[in-house]
Design a protein around this ligand. Structure first.
Ligand SMILES: [Zn+2]
Ligand SMILES: [Zn+2]
Length: 332
């Protein structure tokens, strides 16, 4: 099978021909039809995450068809499943026991600790796979598996905010705008200065205002979610939220947050991060998405073009999400 492999820090990904992996007990092997490209994949490439083992196959927004089952798994061949970032939790640590499996001390993540979906086939623990909304084809469903799920969790952490600011209008925000509007919230979209395409996308999806990240919105925000990995956005967002408001950092990595006056935090404003997802998040969000219904804007690339897709994400020229599509089945 083909796989795009990160052999060393900094990359680029290298196309390899690998033997078909055999599913162990509890695992399924999926024939990958689509895998979305996430900002986290860039952090992996840039060696910005702790404990990366090389070589690793990135990709944690995987849609595929069951092709083989390991002992103890009974799924019909051809069943469509999605594989998200959360690939394994221990079930016994204090976090798992409290229902916070996203914080599990022994968690393993797809495309980071476990070979991911930038390949023709992938192995996954069946307990961490999900059925996907029928309404979306494989390529359009793939971004739900991280951009959608992490965005949904970040929205929950933002609390019952009526006026919500989103910093960084990429894959996650373009889904989250639709969720927030469905819930009756007003959305304010912040982009890099002059990024008209992203601002237009946000407004076409229902944002009532779009502007540059250093601008103050026309009204005070109840909460803001930062998806761009840019630490200077934290004080900027704090200044845009009202007293008692919350700033949620949605990414796994961010450049350093500059010092800022305590007065900007004063007034019971909060800053918090969102880490990973729980399976409950996935069940809830994947049930909600077709009711909205969430539509994803995607740019398709072939598997061999993974480096190009990553570079386009890095440069900020993507509208919505990049998705690697692996065969003709990916349209259904
Ligand atoms: Zn991701
Ligand atoms: Zn645990």
């Amino acid at each position: 099978m083909r796989a795009m492999v990160l052999r060393r820090p900094g990359g680029p990904l290298v196309l390899e021909d690998r033997p078909l992996p055999r599913p162990a007990a509890g695992q399924v092997r999926l024939r990958v039809t689509a895998c979305a490209v996430c900002r986290t994949d860039l952090h992996l490439l840039d060696d910005e995450l702790p404990g990366i083992r090389h070589p690793i196959v990135p990709g944690h927004e995987i849609v595929g068809r069951v092709d083989a089952c390991g002992p103890g798994v009974e799924l019909a061949s051809g069943t469509r499943l999605g594989v998200p970032w959360l690939g394994f939790t221990c079930g016994t640590c204090s976090f798992c026991v409290r229902g916070e499996e996203n914080l599990c001390d022994a968690a393993r993540f797809t495309g980071y600790h476990i070979d991911g979906g930038y390949a023709d086939y992938v192995l996954a623990d069946q307990r961490y796979c999900f059925e996907l909304p029928q309404e979306l084809d494989d390529a359009h469903a793939a971004p739900l598996l991280c951009a959608g799920l992490i965005g949904y969790r970040a929205l929950r952490m933002a609390g019952p905010a009526e006026r919500l600011g989103l910093y960084g209008i990429g894959a996650a925000a373009h889904i989250l705008i639709q969720v927030a509007r469905h819930q009756g919230r007003e959305v304010f979209a912040f982009t890099r200065p002059g990024d008209r395409p992203a601002q237009d996308l946000a407004q076409s999806l229902g944002a009532s205002w779009a502007g540059a990240s250093e601008e103050r919105p026309p009204q005070e925000l109840d909460a803001a979610i930062i998806f761009a990995p840019v630490g200077t956005l934290v004080p900027a967002a704090l200044r845009a939220v009202r007293k008692g408001g919350t700033v949620v950092c949605g990414g796994i990595h961010m450049s350093d947050i500059p010092a800022f006056p305590y007065a900007w935090l004063w007034g019971e404003r909060q800053i918090r991060s969102v880490a990973n997802l729980t399976r409950r998040d996935a069940v809830e969000f994947l049930a909600l998405a077709p009711r909205i219904p969430v539509r994803t804007t995607i740019e398709r690339h072939r598997l061999e073009e993974a480096n190009l897709a990553l570079e386009r994400l890095r440069c900020g020229v993507l509208a919505g999400a990049a998705v690697l599509t692996l065969d003709s089945d990916s349209t259904r």
